[in-house]
Each structure stands twice: as structure tokens, then as C-alpha cells.
Design a protein around this ligand. Sequence first.
Ligand code: AMP
Length: 408
Amino acid sequence: MKILVLNAGSSSHKSSLFDLDPAANDLTPPAPVWRGQLDWSHQAGQVELSAHTAGGASIEEVIKTDSKMEGLERLLKTLHQGPTQVIDALSAIDVVGHRVVHGGPDYSDSVAISETVKTTIRELIPLAPSHNPANLEGIEVLEQLLGDVPQLAAFDTAFHAGLPAAAATYPGPYAWWEKGIRRYGFHGISHRYGAQRAAQLLQRDLAELKLITCHLGNGCSLAAVAGGQSIDTTMGFTPLDGLMMGSRSGSVDPGILIHLMRSEGYSADQLDHLLNKESGLLGVSGVSNDLRAVVDAIATQNPRAQLALDLFIHRLRREIGGMLASLGGLDALVFTAGIGENSPLVWEKASAAFQFLGLRLDPAKLERSPEDRDIAAADSAVRVLVIHTQEEWAIAQDCVALCQAQSG
Ligand code: AMP
């Protein structure tokens, strides 16, 4: 079965083609046979296209266009023409899976795309103004390019749709809830995959596990997962809530925003930019949104870089503590995404606060590795797992399930 996965963003698109045997029960994710990317972010009026295959072939070109349709058309051509050809024609694609950021409160799982689903994604644009329009455009462009191939939407919010009311509600006026102002949570495809993979690695039934999944990339969030269900999470109404991130502040006292509006005349757009683009590791350190650059700056005795790291770790520990309380116990702490997969420093510093639980890391395992693994000491009372997030593979698996449901 040939499955195309598309993650269409506002200034870049990432896509993969998986060729899966639906009967095979693969525990380890197979590499996609083709990966492609479009990037409009560097210069107006042009897009950088790149594609490469599992066999090592690649292509890179710059196309003079702002059009998402034209960019995607050219990208899909690299699937069946030229050096990166992996299929004979686009008609060989069996199903398409789209990553969609916001699915609102009602979708608790991936769904086959219909006019109703598209209307929901459109209606949710005010809640995800920089993501849902691009996701919807990706869906509509592929409908035009591929005809009536089944398409699926995998929502970043879906895994958190069943949050208990006390975790999902903000303590403002009740009218907020009625207007849809509530905690939705994000990174759900990654948190769900991390929890399922953790159960596999631990050789335990997910239904009996209490897990904290730490998605620490440019965006950072935690989920408290009990019995395979997300029961609490740090991101909220928007992906700005919770942990300190690369350039996002995470939770701050909302009184600060009122103060800035009153005393410095900040507009909504200026606050949006300040909190999303000029805060977090970048804002505090003044160096970078990339933790690697912040750590390098600490080595040159940069005090703001040191403060940025200390603050990142402090917030991470504090929020892990919150998730721990929501769970009332912990079988495993799971680290995933760019920082979570690659930073022994963060594993050590975050874990150090939880020694009182009997959590101990194995010093011999504190190195980066392409393997998913358990880095806790043999006698640790809590397992600590490093899992490489596989959001595209998780979407591809949902596509397989959708096709099987539709044909069966
Ligand atoms: P992601 O959003 O998952 O692609 O994560 C990107 C972020 O991961 C980067 O901005 C870095 O902060 C972080 N990162 C990637 N590799 C490393 C590494 N070796 N050590 C620390 N942080 C890393």
C-alpha cells in the first residue's frame, strides 16, 4: 500500500511516501521510500524544492512561484519522474494522510476527509490562524491533483480531546467554555505515538501504564498519559501555553500582557509576535532559539545563556511535577523530539529532580543514539525512555487502518 503523508505549513511543506505491507505488523517504523520538502521561507516569489529517496537519489531545485498548488504539483512530479522516481504514476498512491493542527473538541481520532471535516477545519481557522489554512489548502490541492483518492486528517489536538473537564477548563468565566475557550492541547500525534512505543519498549500493556511524554523540540509540551489516554497536557487553547520553548514564552502571568498593553500600548499583533517569536530560549539568552547554540554560549561564560537553560529546566521540572500529580504515579518518563531525543544534559537535569521517586539514570547510557531505548538504571523505580518521534509514520498507520475499515 502506497501512502503519501503531507504536513503542509504556512511557509514550508514536508511530505513522505511509505510503501507498506498492511498485513505486516511492523514494530519498528520503516523509513519512507521518498521524502520531499518545499520551502517558501527564504525569498518571496520562489520555492526551494528538495526530494530524496531511501535508495540515495536526490534532487534540489528552485522554482519561481508563490503558488502552493504549483509547488506541490512539482514536488509530486518527483515521485514519478526523474532521478527520485519511486512510482510509475500518481494513480499508484492508495491514500493520503494530512497532518492538521486543529480539529476542535469533537475529533478524538484521525478521520476520513469529507466536506463536513473540511468545514470543521475551516471553522477552526480563528483558533489556528497560521496552521489550519495551510493544512486545508494542502488537502484541497491534493484533491485536485489526485482526484478521489481517500484522504485522512490526523489532528494534533485529537489525542487530548478526552481531557477531563477539570484539566480542559480555564478558570475564567464559564462563558469561555461555551465559546470554545478551553485547553485543546497539541503535539497529540507525537504524544500518542510516544506512549504506544513506550508500551512496546517496556513490553507492557499500554492500558496499565502511567506515562509522562515530553515532546521537547522547537515547540515543547508534556502529556500525562494514563491507560493510553491523555488526561492532562501543558499546551492549552493555543500552542503558547505551558513549557518554555525555542522562541515561545510558555505560560506567563496574563497580568504582564495587560501591563504591556496599558503602559506601552502593545497591540494584539505585537504581543503575538513578542510571545511567539521573541521569547523562550531566544528571548532570555539573546543568542538563539536552538538549545545547542545556547549551550555553546554557556561555554563562553554567557550569563543570559546560562539563565535561559536554567529557566528551561526549571519550567520543565515544574510541569513534569504537575503531570505527576495529575497521574498519581509514574511508570515511565518519555523524552522525544529534537531536544528530547538528543540532549543528555536535559535528560540528566530534568531527571535529577525526581530522584525522590527512586528514578535513576544509567550513566553508561547517556549518549545520543539512533535507537529508541531505556536510559534508566536497572534498579530505577521509574523507567526513562528516549523515543524518536515518528509523526509521519503514525499518520501512515492511521491511513492503513482507514483503508482496512473502508474495505472491510
Ligand atoms: P524539532 O522541533 O523536534 O525539530 O527540534 C528542533 C530543536 O531540537 C532545535 O531547535 C534544537 O534546540 C534541538 N536540538 C536538536 N539537536 C540537538 C542536540 N544535539 N542537542 C540539543 N538540542 C538539540
